[in-house]
Design a protein around this ligand. Structure first.
Ligand SMILES: O=P(O)(O)O[C@H]1O[C@H](CO)[C@@H](O)[C@H]1O
Ligand SMILES: Nc1nc2[nH]cnc2c(=O)[nH]1
Length: 284
């Protein structure tokens, strides 16, 4: 393979998976760092570990189990990724999104992305949930867009419009679900900015990212959204704010991945309730 998975490879991976499960999902969910607990709510589950799937990368990050879970969530047939791939793990950007391409080949039309992210907007608090209204593809802006390389029109167009990346209708639905659960006070909406990682930001970098217009920062999601839209999927995304980025040298804090996972665990209940209700309300 050159830059980008070949169309035939994706069909082959999909055919392998279709032999391992009778579920035919229309909704794909990606669980962020420490947010995989949603997988426990999936009924009639068929679990396929990534290491059994041909050509699939391996999950190397704690908090990402490395399993595809097929089954029923709130009456909807879903495929859920317990563990995503990141560029900083050493995978080229295109490789991190192989599962999204495979989901489309399986019949998935709606993509529900979650992540753990650092808060850049000073009005945010740890534990808030941010609906992703828009993103900034920092790797893309500097030449590492996930769609770089030969384009196969069977996936999607060479030049992709991205002004409508995040589905407005699904965002509104998420807001009404949050209100119904009494979570509206911790619900935010904003711009997610992707950095390459694995370093967390310096104070100067956080200031820069904030000045760029970012409300939250993380090391994932954007490539998945772009690839989803490239193939015509509806995309919805939400971030759990697991820590606040330091915007001044007086409040310099050292974020660790353990902090990120700990907040994920602490907020898992609300996040799962919200995600479940959104799924229940979705028309697929
Ligand atoms: O984006 P997810 O996968 O939720 O993970 C986030 O948490 C990790 C850092 O703690 C980074 O991988 C960052 O992107
Ligand atoms: N500051 C910061 N916090 C995070 N929490 C999860 N991911 C990130 C990140 O990339 N940066």
């Amino acid at each position: 393979m050159g830059e980008g998975p070949s169309y035939d490879d994706i069909q082959r991976i999909s055919a392998f998976i279709l032999m391992r499960t009778e579920h035919r999902p229309k909704l794909g969910i990606v669980c962020g760092s420490g947010l995989g607990g949603l997988g426990e709510l999936v009924e009639d589950a068929n679990v396929i570990p990534y290491n059994e799937i041909p050509m699939f990368p391996a999950s190397t990050v704690p908090g990402h189990m490395g399993k595809l879970v097929f089954g029923i969530l709130k009456g909807k047939t879903v495929v859920l990724m317990r563990g995503r791939f990141h560029n900083y793990e050493g995978y080229p950007m295109w490789k991190t999104t192989i599962p999204i391409r495979v989901m489309k080949a399986l019949g998935v039309q709606t993509l529900f992305l979650t992540n753990a992210a650092g808060g850049l907007n000073p009005n945010f608090n740890v534990g808030d949930i941010m609906i992703i209204r828009d993103h900034i593809d920092l790797p893309g802006l500097t030449g590492e867009c996930v769609l770089r390389g030969a384009n196969d029109e069977r996936f999607g167009p060479r030049f992709l419009a991205t002004v409508d990346t995040y589905d407005r209708e699904l965002s509104e639905l998420a807001k009404s679900a949050a209100t119904e659960l009494g979570l509206h006070e911790i619900l935010r909406e904003g711009t997610y900015i992707m950095i390459g990682g694995p370093t967390f930001e310096t104070v100067a970098e956080s200031k820069l990212l904030r000045n760029f217009g970012g409300d939250a920062v993380g090391m994932s999601t954007v490539a998945e959204s772009i690839v989803g839209r490239h193939m015509g999927m509806r995309v919805f995304g939400m971030s759990l704010i697991t820590d606040m980025c330091s915007l001044s040298y007086d409040e310099k804090k050292c974020t660790t991945h353990q902090d990120v996972l700990a907040i994920g665990e602490k907020r898992a209940g609300d996040l799962q309730k919200l995600a479940s209700l959104i799924v229940e309300k979705m028309t697929l």
